[in-house]
Design a protein around this ligand. Sequence first.
Ligand code: ARG
Length: 291
Amino acid sequence: MQRHARRRHFLMCPPLHFDVIYAMNPWMNVGVPVDRGRALAQWTTLVETYRRYGHQVDLLDPVPGLVDMVFAANGATVVDGKVLGARFASPYRQGEAEFHNAWHRAHHSAYALPGTSLTTAVAEPGAVNEGEGDFAILADRILAGYGFRTSREAHQELATLAGSQVVSLQLVDPRFYHLDVALAVLDDLAEHIAYYPPAFSPASQRTLQRLYPDAVIATEPDAVLLGLNGVSDGLHVFVPAGAGHLIEELGRAGYETIPIDLSELAKSGGSIKCCTQEIRPAPRRDPQRTS
Ligand code: ARG
């Protein structure tokens, strides 16, 4: 199958204050020291790689004390130029949302395409949602995770804001506490995904099997390496290094894989996608291609 890249716009936040000082997922161990210099070097490689592939990366200023702010995917969800603010489940991370909202308010006109009218800059969330950690945006529907962080009420809020169908999927394995560590969007327009079935309840596994019979299926070793926490532009998949079986399968499915090592950030349970918030301008079906 012929795959096509589309130029993306990302918001990222350097891990200048990154640390593991509390544990809210099984990857986090406060007894294991983090090497912040190494985290920054790995993260910088990711930013440079995105830019080398033609993607736009904007940066959010990190805030002292907000040690998980590098995981920018959690800070907001942008669909068709509409922003749903985040409301974090844990008090440790709640402070991040206002900095994301302020960034989006300040830059909103920059990603409103000419001729489109964006009425609300940032919709304040009523229910707990951890942004793109639990929302996967595809052309005709949004997949939304619940079970550990984001609530089902938030799925409805995003459905209403985006005017999209939302499919709720139940996460059941605490290691895969966010949707974006259990499932990756490979081609948002053609609706092609990869996922690790046992991360989902039996009913949600049946839903995924019915909707995406041609999905790439990850193995447990892939998932444990956070292999599904990748970012795809439709052709190039920026994928956590080491997820060997998944990388092979992606190649077979027509993608070019670019392995990136974010092992220092994995100490907090996050990798490539967690660090990457995508800003999707209106209209979503954007014909621009980078290759
Ligand atoms: N330590 C962070 C947390 O538990 C990691 C977040 C990773 N982000 C993601 N989109 N999965 O919230």
